[in-house]
Design a protein around this ligand. Structure first.
Ligand SMILES: [Zn+2]
Length: 69
């Protein structure tokens, strides 16, 4: 049986738009993660507004680009 892998949680330090105009979160580890607002599948209206993006700075995402713990 394979051991279950877990990845570290990394804080969001900023956001930027990619070349296709999708929002990307910049994580403290230097990796990035898409935070697409693509309703009805992905509903993240907060990411479309500067005010609510700011509120999410410092929140954490599991970073699967980092080495598993
Ligand atoms: Zn990472």
């Amino acid at each position: 049986m394979m051991a279950e892998q877990t990845w570290p949680e990394r804080a969001i330090i900023g956001f930027h738009l990619d070349e296709e105009n999708h929002w990307v979160a910049d994580l403290e580890c230097g990796h990035t993660r898409h935070v697409r607002h693509n309703p009805p599948w992905q509903n993240r209206e907060w990411v479309t507004k500067l005010e609510t993006r700011r509120l999410n700075i410092g929140k954490t995402f599991i970073c699967k680009k980092c080495e598993p713990l």
